[in-house]
Design a protein around this ligand. Structure first.
Ligand code: DX5
Ligand code: ZN
Length: 217
């Protein structure tokens, strides 16, 4: 009976078998499915767009948590609503109008998330907390799985204070593993994204490895 949710990132899954991978991680205890959308512009890597995300939706029975590492964002919001995102997270660094973006995400019927790169202070989102359902604290510079954890526990503590009694998740993304997870849990995070730490050593043929990896976080 854990008090944090684990959201495996399918960035570390087998790209030729997304349907099976999603079903496997959910069967093995994933709380949410984290989908990393990259545009080779906001971040130096390219993954998938709305049609692929819509195809993932058919397999996700829990919560589809879509992390946009794209710029601009606003012109794509309706496409991700149509693709079936439950939560849509945009980066505060992705444009000058995060307030408008968060309003538009909610207006399109999704929960709204805002992500902060490691170099961005908590105060950058002080005036939009009423428009957020989730704050994603990046603990790597976004773009790739398997990077080394950057300690952002001071930022997480500060955000918990700023959030106060609002119902806002704090999600940690990057380098989460059995060693780093306790640090961010203690600081007040309640959703942990994990890519390599969930998928390493397993496969759709050996999914119990995923279950053990999830349980170890
Ligand atoms: C980083 C992505 C993360 C990444 C996490 O750009 O947003 O979701 O897949 O991967 P790990 O857990 O391997 O650091
Ligand atoms: Zn992510």
């Amino acid at each position: 009976d854990r008090n944090v949710k684990i959201a495996p990132s399918i960035l570390s899954a087998d790209f030729a078998n997304f349907g099976q991978e999603i079903r496997a991680i959910e069967a093995q205890g994933a709380d949410w499915v984290h989908v990393d959308v990259m545009d080779n512009h906001f971040v130096p890597n390219l993954t998938f767009g709305p049609p692929a995300v819509k195809a993932f939706r058919k397999h996700v029975k829990t919560v589809m948590d879509v992390h946009l590492m794209i710029s601009p964002v606003d012109s794509s919001i309706d496409a991700y609503a149509d693709a079936g995102a439950d939560i849509l997270t945009a980066h505060v660094e992705a444009g000058p109008h995060i307030h408008r973006t968060l309003q538009a995400i909610r207006a399109a019927g999704m929960k709204a998330g805002v992500a902060l790169n490691p170099g961005t202070p908590a105060e950058a989102i002080a005036h939009v907390l009423d428009l957020c359902d989730l704050v994603c604290v990046m603990t790597v510079n976004p773009g790739f799985g398997g990077q080394k954890f950057i300690d952002m526990t001071a930022k997480v503590r500060r955000l918990r204070e700023m959030i106060g009694d609002r119902e806002v998740h704090i999600e940690i993304d990057g380098g989460v593993d059995p060693d780093t997870a306790p640090l961010v849990r203690a600081a007040g995070a309640d959703v942990l994204v994990a890519g390599s730490a969930v998928f390493r050593g397993g496969s759709v043929e050996a999914p119990d490895v995923y279950g053990r990896n999830i349980a170890a976080i």
